[in-house]
Design a protein. Structure first.
Lengths: 407, 406
């Protein structure tokens, strides 16, 4: 029975090939663009998430806040040894280490670049840092306690297309804020632009270089027991720090963040942008839907006589409704199927060209089965939604009037 | 003749009200989105241009290396007083002034403290004038401006006069706030700039700034170029001289010198590109609308086959038939465009009000005449263009076949 409906609908669509194609064209342009944009958007989001993926789930970072900009800048009341020791003593915290971060310039081969330098603590704390950030040397070696006047550089300094015109290799001399340092090693590639562009040096070196007080830190990294309850430790840290810094709940001048929380902030901003773009893109789907509605109204008018005949030989209102409803649903889903396929190809193509042209790993397309079939399903819904009114009009026709109708 | 054609087309569209309405609706939606998006892009562009114009094209900015990529207060590369004196003496530099900037803790009564930027500016008469021109026409609306001799006195951005925006209650002229625990009297307020960061700022004399913060050196230096000099040339010269002073090689500078126009152009371009991408996405819906118009027109050609046959039989030329259908679809497009412009205007206005309510009054749409005209023309062209194929089919029909058509 249902099969008959489908065959009948398909025949009707076929007999008005041009019009059916044009209607579907509208839908598939819309679906293709939405699928392509969502695919690229998701790709971008995954790429950004991967930038944070290096962080273990057993670490949290504490920064003093106030002001704008990257961690440690414009802070009024910096973190000190007092906070560091308090954090170390919290139950569940394995270890904690303070670091300082400074912006600056690095010169090599008569060229300069601007970026961040971060300090590495000594001894046990160094091991913890190396473990947490998985700091292994690609070339040369990592920093050691006895190093002085030495830097350990991120992977991007080793790449051919770095701003210095040639790769920096271990043993090279570079100038950081006009002081000479020896490169002892290059870090393994992390796929994270911050880490890959990072300049690491021993804490004493960095403090001397930028003239920072001994007991101030820009960021404290705390590693906790993997089995411990991260949320509880976070609360404990916040409570301790509020007491030390004498601030009330809700007025903290510091922030405690787990990698997941950082990721969440980034994701929610990105999501807002994505949603805005999707909304604009789905305008074309709305227009495509209106096209379906138009086509179906025309079909109902043209087939008034046919409907009259069907009704007079006993077709029920519901059968007539189903007939037209299926027809518009088919228009939607066939259009959606073609559109989703095109969108898939389009996104992959753009990602391919974008990568080749810009060399940016942020451009990638991620289209899963969910998105693909979701799009097809959605276009079916659009088709049947916009077909409902015309189908309803068809089903309500009075057989006598319908039979008498002439164009 | 044309009038007859128009009448005929309109009555045809009127006869198929529902279908015409849906077709118009589909083009209307796209035009609405495009009109609203472009009006915002143009508005921001205009805001920037007005700002640059107020400031004049004779200003040059010196920043830490890397330009504005790093946020204020974050750089280790600063300019000293000696640097400033050196720059003032370079030929072509009419006047120069340094700006101290950092984020400070502002406390007002017992309300929750805030951390806006605090900016130290020179109040020496010559430099003060340059500072004023950097404000680009942004006026003091309450109280007075800072004047020579003011030390622990500050002017503040507009947000401070609005309850619940900075502090729970507004700050008034004569109130004392604490900047990093130092009591400072607020003597005046600036009008709204329209960006939350700028509207929160506090301005204080260089002396006051150095008393409160442990910062001696300038992050930015602004210069005015002598009237008969080309700003780009002077920027180049300053760069060269200053490079020599710091003993740096070309391409290895740790500072950036740019004319203010170039600085602005970077921002304007970025905004226009973003806006352009959104408009392109919205254009997709117009493509779909064009397909809808084509579809409607094909249907209407089909329905009126006999009519076309009769017209031809009594002497209509192909050209005339073609014209009838092209005009009909053009009218569909034009109507959609007209309504779309109206609706787009409404939506842009709503957007403006909600942005203003959120303290982002720099996000305001502009409606240049060419935008309205362009949207209308574009809608008409899309309509007429997508009606062309069906119209050609109509005009090529053989009268005999057309008359016989059922």
């Amino acid at each position: 029975m249902l099969k008959d409906y489908f065959l009948f609908s398909l025949n009707n669509l076929k007999s008005r090939k041009l019009r059916s194609w044009l209607t579907m064209l509208g839908i598939f342009i819309g679906i293709a663009s939405v699928v392509a944009l969502i695919g690229l958007g998701e790709g971008l989001r995954n790429a950004i998430n991967a930038q944070f993926g290096f962080l273990g789930s057993d670490i949290m970072s504490i920064t003093a806040t106030g002001g704008f900009g990257p961690p440690g800048t414009g802070v009024v009341d910096p973190l000190t040894d007092k906070e560091l020791n308090a954090i170390k003593n919290i139950q569940g915290v394995d270890n904690a280490a303070g670091r300082i971060l400074e912006s600056g310039k690095l010169a090599f081969n008569n060229k300069v670049a601007f970026g961040f330098a971060a300090s590495m603590p000594d001894g046990e704390d160094r091991e913890m840092m190396e473990h947490v950030f998985n700091l292994k040397a690609e070339k040369g070696r990592a920093l050691e306690d006895s190093d002085s006047g030495a830097v350990f550089l991120g992977y991007s300094f080793l790449e051919e297309d770095n701003p210095f015109g040639k790769p920096i290799l271990p043993g090279a001399k570079v100038e950081v804020l006009d002081e000479e340092f020896t490169v002892v090693g290059i870090m393994e590639k992390k796929g994270n632009f911050q880490l890959d562009g990072m300049v690491l040096m021993n804490e004493d070196d960095l403090r001397a270089l930028v003239d920072r007080a001994d007991n101030e830190y820009d960021i404290i990294a705390a590693r906790f027991n993997e089995n411990a309850d991260a949320a509880r430790i976070k609360l404990d840290v916040e409570k301790k720090l509020r007491k030390i810094r004498d601030v009330d709940l809700g007025e903290e001048d510091f922030s405690v963040q787990t990698p997941e929380a950082v990721l969440e902030t980034v994701n929610s901003t990105l999501l807002a942008v994505q949603i805005f773009v999707y909304i604009i893109a789905s305008i074309s789907l709305l227009v495509g839907g209106i096209g379906i509605m138009n086509t179906m109204y025309t079909a109902v008018v043209e087939r008034t006589k046919e409907i009259g005949i069907m009704k007079s030989i006993g077709a029920r209102n519901s059968s007539v409704f189903t007939l037209f409803f299926i027809e518009s649903g088919l228009l939607g889903s066939i259009g959606g199927l073609i559109g989703a396929t095109l969108g898939f190809l389009l996104a992959k193509g753009v990602a391919l060209i974008g990568r080749a042209a810009l060399g940016s790993e942020l451009i990638s397309a991620d289209i899963g089965f969910g998105l693909f079939f979701g799009a097809v399903l959605f276009s079916f819904v659009i088709g049947s939604f916009f077909g409902t009114l015309p189908a309803f009009q068809a089903s309500k026709l009075n057989p006598v009037d319908a039979l008498r109708y002439s164009k | 003749m044309i009038l007859d054609l128009l009448k005929y087309s309109i009555s045809n569209l009127w006869n198929r009200k529902l279908r015409s309405f849906l077709t118009i609706l589909s083009i209307l939606i796209g035009i609405t989105a495009i009109f609203a998006l472009i009006s915002f892009g143009q508005g921001i562009n205009k805001y920037m241009n007005d700002f640059a114009e107020e400031m004049g094209s004779d200003k040059v900015m010196m920043m830490p290396g890397g330009g504005l990529a790093s946020s204020p207060g974050a750089s280790n590369i600063l300019y000293t007083d000696d640097d400033l004196e050196f720059i003032k003496k370079i030929r072509g530099v009419d006047e120069a002034t340094g700006m101290l900037i950092t984020s400070g803790k502002i406390e007002f009564k017992d309300y929750r403290e805030k951390y806006p930027f605090v900016i130290g500016i020179s109040l020496e008469s010559g430099e003060k004038k340059l500072v004023e021109s950097m404000f680009a026409g942004i006026q003091i609306i309450e109280g007075r401006d800072l004047k020579k001799g003011d030390v622990l006195k500050a002017t503040a951005g507009y947000s401070n006069t609005i309850p619940d925006r900075m502090f729970k209650k507004r700050v008034s002229v004569g109130d004392k706030v604490e900047i990093n625990d130092v009591k400072v009297e607020v003597v005046g307020f600036y009008e709204e700039i329209g960006s939350p960061t700028d509207d929160a700022q506090y301005y204080i004399s260089l002396e006051g700034f150095r008393e409160i913060f442990d910062i001696e050196d300038y992050e930015y230096i602004y210069l005015r170029v002598s009237p008969d000099r080309d700003p780009s040339d002077v920027a180049e010269r300053v760069k060269e001289r200053f490079r020599k002073r710091r003993g740096q090689k070309e391409g290895e500078e740790d500072f950036t010198v740019q004319t203010f126009e170039d600085v602005m152009a970077v921002f304007t371009n970025m905004i226009l590109i973003l806006n352009g991408v959104l408009v392109m996405i919205a254009l997709i819906s117009l493509v779909v609308a064009a397909v809808n118009i084509t579809n409607t027109m094909y249907t209407s050609v089909l329905e009126r086959t006999r009519e076309i046959g009769i017209m031809k039989a009594i002497g209509s030329r192909n050209r005339q038939i073609l014209r009838i259908f092209v005009i009909e679809s053009g009218i569909l497009g034009l109507l959609g465009g007209g309504l779309g412009v109206l609706l787009g205007y409404g939506i842009a206005k709503i957007g403006e009000f909600s942005a203003r309510a959120a303290g982002l009054s720099m996000l305001r749409p502009a409606f240049p005449w060419w935008l309205t005209l362009g949207c209308l023309a574009f809608a008409f062209i899309v309509g007429a263009g997508s009606g062309t194929l069906p119209a050609i089919r109509a005009s090529r029909q053989r009268p005999v076949d057309a008359l016989r058509y059922e």
